[in-house]
Design a protein around this ligand. Structure first.
Ligand code: ADP
Ligand code: NA
Length: 330
């Protein structure tokens, strides 16, 4: 039986992925490789919907891909590639934009939020049509399942609507994808502000743990993590968000259950928890960090892997695009 096709992408993020990206997304991507036919994409076309520095984008695209590989994405089992290397994404996005209602696109709440921050002329048409490009990413590959967080749910609905609309207007062409919510999916919060999601766009660096940070920097960040005025190491998301976040990270990194970790720390202080958690995190990230730097030090090898991935992706995408072009009358 054929494995379900899963499409997922991450924007090339600044210098390094953070612990939320790793534990919340990448760990699942790696695990899925045994069960599905995964297509993992560094979505650099999406990244230029807000102003970019060209050299920084080029560097972070390579770094992001290197971290995927270092974390265990296997280019044999996964189709791993950079979005701009496969022209069919932009080409299908154009066709889909011609069946997207202007009003329909205007209802996307992420555009409203992001454009509000950019000011009247700061927001571009590219930012506006971002969800149409995302639809193209997904529909090109006959994707069945798309891992999505809450912020992307509305975009996936649009994707499903566009697929259905195209099919009914031009004939059965696209598979209608479903949202996929992994059974185990960690949500990691900022160490300094444990009610906010850990995010690269956080105002301060202090609560953001990066995969490529120096071990000392990581230890320091855990040491100064915000907790509370009690002493008890107990999981309570509402009353003790800081401690609960530390326990969640501990559980996600070690694969142990929260009650077991609470029991181990019964009668011990926050200092012990922070110190030992920093150690398990650093140990977990060390080989990923080392492998990432190894890959970045050998540009020819990384280029070779990404070129093979782009070939694999393009081969699939071009079949679908040719079908679409035929259907619309090209
Ligand atoms: P950021 O919020 O830093 O901008 P992205 O939005 O680019 O990160 O997310 C990339 C991937 O990482 C997505 O799959 C997202 O669900 C996941 N992710 C991001 N932050 C977290 C977090 N704090 N906890 C769990 N998963 C996260
Ligand atoms: Na984000």
């Amino acid at each position: 039986t054929e494995r379900p096709i899963v499409f997922s992408g991450m924007q090339p993020s600044s210098d390094s992925l953070h612990l939320g990206n790793y534990l919340g997304a990448l760990v699942n991507w790696v695990a899925l490789q045994d069960e599905v036919d995964p297509i993992y994409c560094v979505v650099d076309l999406h990244a230029i919907t807000v102003a970019q520095d060209p050299a920084a984008l080029r560097e972070s695209t390579r770094r992001t891909a290197a971290q995927y590989l270092a974390a265990g994405i296997d280019p044999e089992r996964s189709t791993l590639f950079v979005q701009s290397h496969v022209p069919a994404h932009a080409e299908l996005a154009w066709v889909l934009s011609t069946i997207t209602g202007f009003g329909e696109a205007s209802r996307m709440t992420q555009f409203k939020d992001k454009s509000a921050k950019q000011g009247a002329d700061g927001a571009t048409v590219g930012l506006f049509t971002y969800p149409v490009l995302m639809a193209a990413d997904i529909l090109l590959y006959d994707t069945s399942l798309v891992p999505v967080g809450d912020d992307q749910r509305q975009h996936l609905e649009l994707t499903r609507d566009l697929a259905g609309r195209f099919n009914s207007r031009f004939g059965e062409t696209f598979r209608i994808p479903e949202a996929y919510i992994p059974e185990t999916s960690a949500r990691i919060y900022d160490l300094q502000d444990p009610t906010s999601k850990m995010s690269k766009s956080a105002a301060s660096d202090a609560g953001l743990v990066r995969v490529l940070d120096e071990p000392n920097a990581t230890a320091k960040k855990f040491k100064s993590a915000v907790t509370d005025a009690e002493r008890e190491i107990r999981y309570d998301r509402t009353a003790k968000p800081g401690v609960s976040n530390l326990l969640d990270i501990y559980a996600a990194v070690t694969g142990r259950g929260i009650p077991e970790i609470e029991a181990e720390y019964a009668g011990r202080g926050y200092g012990d928890l922070k110190k030992e958690l920093a150690e398990v995190v650093v140990d977990r990230l060390a080989p990923i960090r080392a492998r990432t730097f190894e890959l970045l030090a050998d540009p020819a090898e990384l280029d070779r892997i990404l070129a093979l991935g782009a070939d694999k992706a393009a081969e699939r995408a071009e079949v679908k695009l040719a079908e679409v072009y035929e259907r619309v009358g090209f």
